[in-house]
Design a protein around this ligand. Structure first.
Ligand code: 13P
Ligand code: ZN
Length: 270
């Protein structure tokens, strides 16, 4: 079957990374049914032949006007589609969309008219925000990591940076590879514009990864593999905490001096 990825190796490599990460999400048990979604800003891979392609659908509203993504192109997981299917066949379970002039709507361009994720308002609002900041980040990931979601069922861990401090202190890699920590967004209706706006506000506080209370995480990074790595590192720290609690004790955690030393040695923010 013909695909927009044919003879476009750089674009194909981006979509292949999405498929690889989708497989990891399923294997980790973070992607029940259609749980989670991925979008990648692929505008840098768009050529004149792609720009000339007719749309597969008419314009569809985003639900928000996002002035900085005008003319941008995105790969998006399809709504209701399974990560395990995205892993096997990304272009049949996701689609490529372009944002139309006016920045309030998009059309689907390739390969099939697969409607994008219901969390599109959050994803596109985040991409818009990243462009305003001049960020190099091009990928955003929403997933349901079991142990991190479990933490958000306790008021204690919803306090600003309480979970960040605990997770950083479980194993040095967490501080090093998730240096901005874990932001918290209070519970809001999935796929709502309010959730999108709260996500931006929390990312603006200088986080790369934010929790949606009792729902999942939302992470951004240069590509989808790096976004996945940040969530993976954080969830591993949560698992270490839970393992210690399961052995019947409260883990000691690295102390503030050790964490500061790590921050200085690696030149880490915060
Ligand atoms: P979609 O199937 O629409 O991407 O939704 C999955 C999800 O996790 C919603 O929060
Ligand atoms: Zn979700």
């Amino acid at each position: 079957m013909k695909s927009i990825l044919d003879k476009r190796p750089a674009l194909k490599a981006e979509v292949d990374k999405v498929a690889e990460v989708a497989g990891y999400l399923w294997q980790k048990g973070w992607a029940e049914r259609n749980g989670g979604n991925i979008t990648v800003n692929i505008t840098e891979f768009v050529d004149d032949d792609m720009r000339a392609l007719p749309a597969l659908t008419g314009p569809r509203p985003i639900g928000k006007t996002l002035p900085h993504i005008e003319g941008c192109w995105f790969f998006c997981k399809g709504t209701g589609r399974r990560m395990r299917d995205l892993a096997r066949n990304p272009m049949a379970n996701g689609s490529i969309i372009r944002i139309l002039p006016g920045c309030g709507s998009y059309e689907i361009v390739a390969d099939a008219p697969v409607a994008p994720t219901s969390e599109l308002p959050s994803h596109l609002a985040v991409h818009d925000y990243l462009l305003t900041k001049g960020s190099r980040y091009r990928a955003s990931l929403h997933t349901h990591p079991i142990e991190l979601v479990a933490l958000t069922h306790s008021r204690k861990w919803l306090e600003k940076d309480a979970a960040t401090r605990m997770l950083w202190s479980m194993i040095p890699e967490t501080r090093a590879f998730c240096p901005r920590g874990l932001g918290m967004v209070p519970y809001m209706l999935p796929s709502s514009v309010e959730l999108a706006e709260a996500t931006i506000r929390t990312l603006e506080e200088d986080y790369d990864v934010v929790m949606w209370e009792k729902h999942g995480v939302f992470a951004v990074d240069t590509d989808i593999m790096d976004a996945f790595d940040q969530v993976d590192v954080l969830n591993k720290a949560a698992q270490i905490y839970i393992a210690a609690r399961g052995m019947g004790f409260e883990p000691e955690g690295m102390n503030d001096v050790q964490l500061r030393e790590l921050g200085e040695a690696f030149g880490l923010p915060k």
